[in-house]
Ligand binder design. Structure first.
Ligand code: SF4
Length: 346
């Protein structure tokens, strides 16, 4: 099978050019065709020689994703279901914000982390995505935005999968979408979310990138976290918090903690106080997430008043916190729902 052209960083493509007897600057031209002019075939790259176009075509594929369905919400959220070359299905979402369009990408087919509130982990991990399959999600979303004259300005790596379990592809992906000759998405406009794979939090901190990091915390203490996220047994909360401190100290960047509110589990006033104590003095922001009902799981939604009560307790204790706005609640927008529906149908 040919590899995906979208998996190559600009330096890697420059190297390929040189190995194939071409000038390195040709790589920049290819990047321009792929990510700025956004053509769909090598044949359209008309400032390259016919011989080079044929060589590229013989070596690389541009068919990373095939669209199965596209749902558009009343609030403008777009949810894509894509099929990969081996028939697996993945999801990508465009979310509209007042500051721009944010693309939520998937990094793995399925997931082995086993969060007990998540439909995407039910079938386990099938495989890692290649960097090009992640890049192609952003590129396809950008192509969908082109007719509106809009830009994919932000990226959140929060779709299906644990990005730190596909680390090398993740880093290539970040470099490719950030490249000024390509999609040129600023590092500060990109957020990677992890379930808390401790060794990679240290490694990511040492990359010294300007990319934002979010930790799915979802609990104020180890007992509740283990119940919601069994990964807490492997990477206990005290180790996780030490890694978070290291990240903040090394990068000087504010960390985001994602906190999904599950009725009766982690959403009581006492939990808010415990959380405030845990995060006291940390350079961080808490993102409270009213969870969508997931048919396969039994967690119930926290009442709106209780969500605000939780927020006010955190804020009163000096913790920087907000409630995440919901997107596309009239379509199957919760992580994994569209894919799960598709799997049932097929
Ligand atoms: S929430 Fe994310 S990390 Fe947890 S099981 Fe689902 S996809 Fe995996």
């Amino acid at each position: 099978m040919k590899s995906f052209i979208y998996s190559l960083t600009l330096p890697e493509l420059q190297e390929w050019m040189q190995q194939n007897g071409e000038k390195a600057f040709r790589a920049g031209q290819v990047f321009d065709w792929l990510y700025v002019k956004r053509v769909g075939s090598f044949a359209e790259m008309t400032n390259l020689s016919k011989a080079l176009r044929e060589k590229l075509d013989a070596s690389f594929s541009m068919d990373a994703l095939r669209e199965i369905t596209r749902q558009v919400s009343q609030d403008g959220t777009v949810k894509f279901l894509f099929s990969l070359h081996d028939g697996h299905a993945i999801e990508t979402v465009i979310m509209r914000h007042n500051y721009g369009n944010s693309i939520c990408v998937t990094t793995q087919v399925g997931c082995r982390i086993g969060c007990t509130f998540c439909a995407s982990t039910l079938g386990g991990l099938k495989r890692n995505l290649e960097a090009g399959e992640i890049v192609a999600q952003v590129l396809t979303a950008q192509k969908a935005l082109d007719p509106e004259g809009q830009r994919a300005s932000h990226v959140v790596v929060m779709g299906i999968g644990e990005p730190f379990e596909n680390y090398d592809a993740l880093l290539s992906f970040l470099r490719i979408i950030n490249d000024k000759k390509g999609l040129n998405i600023g590092q500060r406009h990109i957020t990677v979310s992890t379930s808390g794979i401790v060794p990679y939090i240290y490694r990511f901190a040492d990359e010294k990138m300007q990319v934002n990091l979010a930790i799915s915390l979802h609990a104020p203490n180890a007992e509740i976290r283990t119940r919601l996220m069994p990964v807490n047994r492997r990477y206990p909360m005290d180790e996780l918090m030490r890694a978070c401190e290291y990240y903040i100290k090394t990068t000087g960047r504010r960390l985001t903690f994602e906190y999904g509110l599950f009725g009766g589990v982690n959403d009581q006033p006492g939990h808010a106080e415990e959380l405030a104590e845990l995060l006291d003095g940390m350079l961080c922001h808490v993102n409270l997430i009213p969870v969508n009902y997931v048919p396969e799981r039994n967690y119930v939604r926290t009442a709106r008043n209780d969500i605000f009560k939780f927020l006010r307790i955190l804020q009163a204790k000096g913790i920087n916190a907000t409630i995440r706005r919901e997107h596309g609640s009239d379509i199957a927008a919760a992580c994994g729902q569209l894919r799960a529906q598709h799997a049932k149908q097929t």
